[in-house]
Design a protein around this ligand. Structure first.
Ligand code: 5GP
Length: 209
């Protein structure tokens, strides 16, 4: 069966301003596709209500973050909203070596760093909110952050959005299910790229022998 053809795992990045629905999309994609591993970042920010250690983030102290950074434990790292975030290198490398795809919920700074390291193995998607009003509504609906945090995030959202053109794909999240379908379509097509199907040479050779 063609689905058994060996292929190289890819790195799928989802970026968006906070409040565009990316975290929900990432979770839904993980639930629907067993070949995808989520990269769990380390962060110096405090956990929000309901967030779990090791599932949503590894919550680390600023000094621990610096230790990790110095020891080369991060594939990429960045300062976002006064907090530091980094992608632990080892789990990503292990997953890719097993031919699994790895999903990243990281910002534009991290995406640029991964692009430099991973080149063609990286597939990046920028998720845009349907409108300014909807973005603000979604940020307020979270109600976990104080007014000034919401205001600061709205201001920074425009900075994040200004990087959309650096991404391979751009999707507008006006409806969660149809946006999820679009992301699944992108992933399905990227998996079929000739260069990623490392087992296709042998398969094709058998067909013609
Ligand atoms: P939040 O604090 O709302 O979970 O995330 C804030 C922002 O940091 C989001 O845009 C998220 O994508 C980004 N982020 C989360 N983890 C990482 C990471 O490991 N590296 C980078 N560069 N950005 C991250």
């Amino acid at each position: 069966m063609s689905s058994e053809i060996e292929r190289r795992g890819l790195m799928l990045v989802l970026s968006s301003p906070s409040g565009a629905g990316k975290t929900t999309l990432a979770r839904k994609l993980m639930d629907s596709d067993s070949a995808v591993t989520m990269s769990v970042s380390a962060t110096t920010r405090s956990p929000r209500k309901g967030e779990e250690e090791g599932k949503d983030y590894f919550f680390v102290s600023p000094s621990m973050f610096v230790e990790m950074e110095k020891s080369g434990a991060f594939l990429e790292h960045a300062l976002v909203f006064d907090n530091r975030y980094g992608t632990p290198r080892e789990p990503v490398m292990l997953a890719l070596a097993k031919g699994r795809d790895v999903l990243f919920d990281i910002d534009w700074q991290g995406t640029q760093q991964l692009r430099q390291q991973a080149g063609d193995d990286l597939v990046s998607i920028f998720v845009l909110p349907p409108s300014h009003e909807e973005l603000e509504r979604r940020l307020r609906a979270r109600a976990q952050d104080s007014e000034d945090v919401v205001a600061a995030r709205m201001a920074r959202a425009s900075n994040e959005i200004s990087h959309w053109a650096e991404y391979d794909y751009v999707v507008i999240n006006d409806d969660l299910e149809s946006t999820l379908d679009k992301i699944k379509t992108i992933l399905a097509a990227e998996r079929m790229k000739r260069g990623r199907q490392t087992g296709i040479h042998a398969f094709a050779a058998k067909l013609t022998s």
